[in-house]
Design a protein around this ligand. Structure first.
Ligand code: ADP
Ligand code: MG
Length: 339
């Protein structure tokens, strides 16, 4: 597929998105940038929207000095580079009608704009119909170079985000240590690498020769093994795809023989977007507390497809299903020990 043109959204569409369209097939979230990992998430989603099969992330000082995400996707056309970081510019949605049929992660045209207000952004991109790549720098939503200038580069896009929150000292103060911020970035990338297992991901620190993440486009189970290790992998109960009135979901959970001493690892995807949800986490922890010791924690992967989110019902449905599997595992294990 070729790149598509970036346009400014009509005010009516912007307002409609802000008001929250109930029927959106994908959950829409404003690009809230509080930590470096939020930048990574937005940039990964853009790379995936551009049909990339390889996404490489390089980080310096926990993402505060530099986050660079390189992809091999459709690229951004030279002319579109001029307005790529402006608010409400997107290639994914033009008409009000399109809102009903969105299949991409973004469509509000806000992420690059938000990021360029709190950092120094550079974009380098090459589309398949261009003979060279083009590069430009941005600040506060505006291109700072006169025009994108030609340079050498492969098809795809390289986004550089430097000096995050250089102009927002308050936000800088709330950041954890570079080590913790980096761990959070790796954690977010691991989750995407599991869910989008057909895409190859790498992640490393700028000055390091070793990758902290390196996946090779395996199936879902293979990706979990690569990214979370054999203890998680060998303890997994695979619950087949289930469709109920509330939602359609797929979930893999560790059986009660597994326990992580640190914390519950919940990989929760709603309409293919990584989300955090306390209520879901609580429900799962409560259920597991009947099966595993208090100080131990499970690994849980849940992918939910919903068109209309009725949170309580969804959590209830999924928790019940997992609980059934855990009880069954306990029964089966008891039986084999007796025999
Ligand atoms: P949105 O994703 O909501 O459209 P963004 O601010 O994240 O808004 O991106 C603005 C536009 O820039 C996108 O619509 C897309 O056309 C282009 N873009 C951003 N990142 C990439 C990328 N990695 N590859 C190709 N195009 C990109
Ligand atoms: Mg986006």
């Amino acid at each position: 597929m070729s790149h598509s043109t970036i346009k400014l959204l009509e005010p009516i569409v912007v307002n409609r998105i802000a008001a929250g369209e109930a029927s959106l097939p994908r959950i829409s979230c404003a690009a809230v940038i509080i930590r470096p990992s939020h930048v990574v998430k937005e940039l990964i989603e853009n790379a995936m929207d551009a049909n990339s099969s390889q996404i490489d992330c390089v980080v310096k000082e926990g993402g505060i000095k530099l986050i660079q995400i390189k992809d091999n996707g459709d690229g951004i056309h030279q002319n579109d580079l001029i307005i790529a970081c402006k608010s409400h510019t997107t290639s994914k949605l033009h008409e009000l009608e399109d809102l009903k049929n969105m299949t991409t992660y973004g469509f509000r045209g806000e992420a690059l704009a938000s990021i360029s207000h709190v950092s120094h952004v550079t974009l380098q991109s090459k589309t398949s119909d261009s003979i060279c790549a083009y590069r430009a720098a941005y600040n506060n939503g505006q291109i700072t170079s006169k025009a994108p200038h030609p340079c050498a580069g492969n098809k795809g896009t390289v986004v550089g985000v430097e000096d995050l929150f250089y102009n927002v000292p308050l936000k800088r103060k709330t950041l954890r240590t570079p080590r913790e911020e980096y761990e959070q970035i790796v954690s977010v990338m691991r989750e995407y690498a599991v869910h989008h297992h057909s895409i190859s991901f790498t992640c490393k620190k700028l000055d390091s020769n070793t990758f902290d993440i390196k996946t090779t486009g395996k199936d879902l189970k293979g990706a979990i093994l690569q990214l979370y290790g054999s203890f998680v992998f060998t303890s997994l109960l695979f619950i087949p795809k289930t469709t109920t009135e509330a939602c359609c979901f797929e979930t893999f959970v560790t059986n009660p023989s597994y326990g992580d001493a640190k914390s519950t690892k919940l990989l929760l995807f709603v309409n293919h977007r990584a989300v955090e949800n306390r209520a879901m986490k609580k429900s799962i922890e409560k259920m597991y507390s009947q099966y595993i010791p208090q100080n131990m924690h499970p690994f849980v992967y849940i992918s939910i497809d919903v068109s209309f989110l009725s949170q309580d019902k969804v959590i209830d449905t999924i928790s019940t299903m997992i609980e059934e599997e855990l009880a069954k595992w306990k029964d089966d294990t008891a039986k084999t020990t007796v025999n």
